[in-house]
Design a protein around this ligand. Sequence first.
Ligand code: EPU
Length: 428
Amino acid sequence: MDRIRLVGGNELRGEIPISGAKNAALPLMIASLLTKDPLVLENVPRLADVNQLEKILENHGVDIAVHGRKAPTLEGQRMTLQAAEIVDTTAPYELVSTMRASFWVIGPLLARAHEARVSLPGGCAIGTRPVDLFLAGLKELGAEIEIDEGYVVARAPKGGLRGARVVFPKVTVGATHVLLMAATLAKGTTVLENAAMEPEISDVAECLVKMGAKISGIGTRTLTIEGVDELHGATHAVVADRIETGTYAMAAAMTGGDVLLKHARAEHLQAALDTLALAGVEISSEADGIRVRRNGNGIQAVHAETQPFPGFPTDLQAQFMALMTMANGTSQIRETIFENRYMHVAELARFGADIKVDGQVATVTGVPQLKGAQVMATDLRASVSLVIAGLAARGETVVNRIYHLDRGFERLEDKLSAVGAEIERVTG
Ligand code: EPU
């Protein structure tokens, strides 16, 4: 099994190109199910989750051609997806269980093929993550839903889904994506209230508009969708990954140095950047990116609480905790989105970090120096927090089980070594 070996202590200096966002690329690929025409996606990151979703979509009848899959350049892939015909409306357990976002095919399948049989995604390392809000929303659009042997079996009413008002009792990214996609082909008007407004939702909504969907309120808590009879093809470039951006910003803050995060958009992670600035990191926006600098001065402890966008993202909580392990003082971090997203705590302790968890709150007391260790990746964002800690620790760190990292970080070790980190992948 592959591992990452790194030796801490080097400052990071130079440019890191930010890839297309995993969490936008996945729903954009799924949106190809909504039309018989080709959907061309540019800037698609090379990630294990993207490859896995290709398999799932091919099973439904999507033809996929990828340009630049193995390109040595740091440009993203160009992917053409065409669902001329939906040949299978079942998303089987073997395919769905490995990636939760594949459950989201339920929206376009119901909207276009009027039926779907999709395996329940099951539990996952960061919490129970139920699908009740997806099902409640789809029922509002007229779908009949039953659970049969671990599958959600959904049928649209005669003539297809019908527009409706859906009020989400809690902000959910996945259910917002699904209801948004489903509503584009429903009869009449759908209003989604208390919708998620993460930049990835807006990116998908903008692509749907290019495909002929009628959507207003993009970027707000209320999305209004006027159903149309059919959607057509389009070309769309995936938005830059704000979580990758924040991850490298925290890495540079941790090691010191001066890094330009190319293509990054500050407005997509302002809460995290503001928190870093409070901690003493210099952040400045440039023409095509964000510059992150820390020269000499230490990191101050600051508090953070995860919230739906535009708040501090849960997907940066583990990385921020890694940074706080070396801060001057004590920081409190509150995780409000997922109930079990502190698995990195035990691993960070192996570096000598001082962290106590009580329910939702982690109290991190900074230590003067971390020491390299053997650690184990548990989920995607937790894994990268261990890499960040290792970059600043004294001596050697080995991160085991890095297949989690490959799910969501494109060429992590190439990007970090290009700015001065001593990091390599050890295969086998
Ligand atoms: N929830 C329910 N019922 C539902 C749906 C959600 O109770 O039917 C709960 C969840 O259990 C959670 C909260 O609502 O407590 C928010 O979940 P959300 O639906 O927003 O999360 P998601 O769509 O499953 C996406 C990202 C996650 C990211 C969260 C929050 C993708 C592919 N995944 O997940 O990203 O943490 O939004 O921003 O977009 C990651 O990339 O590492 C990752 C986990």
